[in-house]
Design a protein around this ligand. Structure first.
Ligand SMILES: NC(=O)NC(NC(N)=O)C(=O)[O-]
Ligand SMILES: [Zn+2]
Ligand SMILES: [Zn+2]
Length: 458
């Protein structure tokens, strides 16, 4: 039995906020953790043939990270991103599991056939980390949902407002009731792009301010859209207590009081995510025509950012994702109203959050890792991921929390190197990423050292 033994002076273990000296044994044939011991336990004589990895002081061993919100866009819009490039960016940032969104690929994952096509394509080109799939709810596809769930989708995303791509139309309350009825004997997770424009059909023509300015775009997608969407979602959550409801990419802090109130009234089937960009970027810093910052819902002002940050610390927001949603650079050209909405940042999350929280006494590395691993693994039912524990997949990351580095176009590994993070100075660097005990990313070797296509379809 091929074995790997990790001697880690600092490892983040489940439920522990501070890193601990730990010895971890991994069976390399199954890629599973077989033993975890407190302290540094040197290998015995009979362990002579094992591969021992002695971790340097100061570096931290973490569980592989999970990013449940990425758009890989293959097949159909593979010029925008792809299974290979997206998952390469993921492993370079310690992300060992991604869950792919149902839209922007053609076909979208809104039918069982679409899911098969997507899986076959991922299998054909190979993936560099483990990958699961979300399905989608669109008008008229309620009959497809249970079948997709049986075939392993982790839940279903829908839009309450236009999605930006024609083949993934938004749904209204009637469509949602049909979907919930179809799913009501399951405990399916339904994800909402929670912006609802209840004034869509009114005839007031808005002023036409300068589309070069970020404030124009920001004003075009008010916080009230997120608050209104939440009312509809809460209505459904109360009607269908066996189903689980989830708000993706929460941006508006003014939605937090309703979330708080609903939970205090006993709503237990609602979870909320926010994104790295809402926690690390602000509207005030966005220059004219800097469309790399454009996403929906929009990045809001710095006081909104601080409220989201506090809600995350307080546990009102459950976890943080990238919502990596790239496109070709041509579609990012022009002003804020005409360009594509979507931010690219897959793989940068750990450094972004660590830069944000490293000096915050209330948040230690274990908490950041929880938001980016354990909570998300649990959300999508990956019981053998999300923590360094016996029986789990040996997905682990070597992180240097002190290293400083700058995001440059060259350092980005996703397909189209357009990102609002270019030029940012970050703290904390992923040095190595292991997937099921196999080294897949080594920062010192860069792309030349990558062990390609080691990922599995989940
Ligand atoms: N079509 C998209 O990829 N949309 C995405 N775009 C963003 N967030 O700007 C999303 O998740 O809604
Ligand atoms: Zn969305
Ligand atoms: Zn998205």
């Amino acid at each position: 039995m091929a074995k790997q033994i990790l001697l880690a002076p600092l490892a983040i273990l489940p439920g522990k906020s501070q890193p601990q000296p730990t010895t971890i044994e991994i069976d390399l044939d199954s890629g599973v953790i077989t033993s975890i011991k407190e302290g540094l336990v040197q290998p015995t004589e009979e362990d002579k043939d094992v591969m021992v990895i002695e971790i340097e002081e100061g570096k931290v061993v973490l569980p592989g990270l999970v990013d449940t919100h990425v758009h890989l866009n293959q097949p159909g819009r593979t010029e925008w991103e792809g299974f290979q490039t997206g998952t390469l960016a993921a492993i370079s940032g310690g992300v060992t599991t991604v869950i792919d969104m149902p839209l922007n690929s053609i076909p979208p994952t809104t039918t069982l056939e679409g899911l098969k096509v997507k899986r076959a394509e991922a299998e054909r080109v190979g993936v560099n980390c483990d990958i699961g799939f979300w399905g989608g709810i669109i008008p008229g596809n309620a009959d497809e949902l249970v079948g997709m769930l049986d075939q392993g989708v982790k839940g279903f995303k829908c839009f309450l407002i236009e999605s930006g791509v024609d083949e993934f139309p938004c749904v209204d309350e009637k469509d949602l009731l049909k979907a919930c009825e179809a799913l009501k004997d399951t405990n399916a997770l339904i994800l909402f792009h929670a912006e609802l424009d209840s004034t869509a059909h009114s005839h007031v023509s808005p002023p036409s301010p300068d589309p070069k300015e970020y404030s124009t775009f920001l004003a075009s997608r008010p916080e009230s859209w997120e608050v209104d969407a939440l009312s509809l979602i809460l209505k459904l959550a109360r009607l269908y207590p066996s189903l689980r409801f989830h708000i993706v990419h929460l941006s508006a802090a003014s939605a937090l009081p309703s979330i708080r109130q609903a939970r205090s009234e006993g709503v237990k089937n609602l979870t909320v995510e926010t994104c790295f960009h809402y926690l690390c970027l602000t509207a005030e810093e966005i220059p004219d025509n800097a469309t790399q910052f454009k996403c929906c819902p929009p990045i809001r002002d710095s006081s909104n950012r601080l409220e989201l940050r506090q809600a995350l610390i307080d546990g009102e927001i459950d976890y943080v994702v990238s919502d990596h949603s790239p496109c070709v650079p041509e579609l990012k050209k022009g002003d804020f109203l005409e360009s594509w909405g979507g931010i690219s940042g897959l793989g940068l999350g750990l450094s972004l959050l660590w830069t944000e929280f490293q000096q915050d006494e209330k948040v230690d590395l274990g908490r950041v890792v929880d938001w980016m691993s354990a909570v998300q693994a649990k959300q999508v039912g990956l019981d053998d991921k999300g923590g360094l524990k016996v029986g789990n997949k040996a997905d682990w990351v070597l992180f240097d929390p002190k290293e400083k580095w700058e995001v440059t176009t060259q350092s980005l590994l996703f397909k189209n190197k357009v990102s609002p993070y270019v030029g940012k100075n970050l703290r904390g660097l992923v040095e190595k990423t292991y997937l099921g005990g196999q080294l897949v990313w080594d920062h010192s070797k860069g792309v030349d050292g990558v062990a390609y296509s080691q990922g599995n379809l989940l």
